[in-house]
Design a protein around this ligand. Structure first.
Ligand SMILES: [Zn+2]
Length: 252
C-alpha cells in the first residue's frame, strides 16, 4: 500500500503510479497496458486489482483487531501529467477510482461528503495509527522510489527552521545556521521527519550521519535518542521509526 489516509470517518488507500504513455486499463483481463510514443505495448500489474487487494487486507486487519469497521475506499493516482488514460467501452466508471494527481483533492473532498458519520474516536484513530506503524505498514520510500534515482539527488544536511538554509552546523552542542545566524536545539527533528517522508520509514545511526552531514557517531546517537521517536533493535543495530503523527494528524 502506497499511502493510507485515515480519518474518523473513512480510510482511503492511495496507490500512486508514475507511468508515462497511453495507459489502457483493461477491465476485461484486469491488466494495465502502456503504449509508448513508438507504439510499443507493455503490460503492468493492474493497479485497481492491487488496490482492491489492499482494501481487502485492510478490512481484515480491522476485523482481526476488533476495530470499528471504518469504510475503506481506494484510489489509483497517476502522477505523470502527460499520460493518457483509457479503458474498455462501458467501463468509464473506473475513472472515479483512477485519475491524475491534480484531481485527488477533489476526490477526497467528495468522499468526505459521502462518509460523514464518525466511526472512530480520536483515541481509536491514534491507537490504529500506532498499530499500523508497529506492524511496519506505513508507506515506505514513497517519495524516493517514485521521484528520485538515489538518495544522492537530495542535498544532505539539516535545514534551518527559520530561513531553510542547508546545511546547518553543530556549534556549541546546537545547530547553527550560517545564513541567518540562529541556533536551534532540535532542527534535526524536522530533518528526520523529512527523511521518513522522502526516503525510508526507518533510519539507523550511519544513515542519519550521512543525511545530516554529521561525523560523530556519538552526536548522531544522542540526537536520535533525544527525538523520542519509536526505535527497534539494540545499540549498533538500532533503527528509529516515524512518530505516530507523521502521516497527517497532530496526535501527540
Ligand atoms: Zn537560517
Amino acid at each position: 500500500m502506497d499511502t493510507l489516509l485515515l480519518s474518523s470517518n473513512l480510510a482511503i488507500i492511495i496507490e500512486v503510479k508514475n507511468i508515462a504513455g497511453t495507459l489502457f486499463f483493461d477491465q476485461l483481463f484486469h491488466q494495465l497496458i502502456r503504449t509508448n510514443k513508438e507504439g510499443k505495448e507493455e503490460g503492468f500489474p493492474d493497479p485497481i486489482t492491487q488496490a482492491r487487494l489492499h482494501q481487502f487486507q485492510l478490512k481484515g486487519f480491522f476485523e482481526k483487531h476488533r476495530l470499528p469497521q471504518v469504510p475503506i475506499e481506494y484510489v489509483v493516482v497517476i502522477c505523470n501529467k502527460n499520460s493518457i488514460l483509457k479503458t474498455n467501452p462501458g467501463h468509464r466508471r473506473i475513472f472515479e477510482k483512477v485519475f491524475k494527481a491534480p484531481h485527488l483533492l477533489n476526490r477526497i473532498q467528495h468522499l468526505e461528503t459521502i462518509y460523514q458519520k464518525e466511526v472512530l474516536s480520536s483515541k481509536e484513530l491514534l491507537k490504529i495509527s500506532k498499530m499500523l506503524i508497529k506492524k511496519n505498514t506505513p508507506p515506505k520510500k514513497l517519495f524516493m522510489d517514485r521521484y528520485l534515482l538515489s538518495k544522492n539527488q537530495l542535498r544532505s544536511g539539516i535545514h534551518c527552521p527559520s530561513c531553510f538554509f542547508i546545511p546547518m552546523y553543530r556549534v556549541k552542542r546546537q545547530w547553527h545556521c550560517p545564513a541567518c545566524n540562529i541556533y536551534s536545539k532540535d532542527a534535526n527533528m524536522q530533518g528526520l521527519r523529512d527523511y521518513f517522508l522522502l526516503i525510508d520509514s526507518k533510519i539507523n545511526n550511519k544513515q542519519f550521519r550521512q543525511f545530516a552531514d554529521l561525523s560523530s557517531r556519538d552526536v548522531a546517537s544522542r540526537l536520535l535518542a533525544s527525538t523520542n521517536f519509536p526505535s527497534s533493535g539494540t545499540t549498533k543495530g538500532r533503527f528509529y521509526h516515524p512518530p505516530v503523527d507523521l502521516y497527517g494528524r497532530d496526535n501527540k
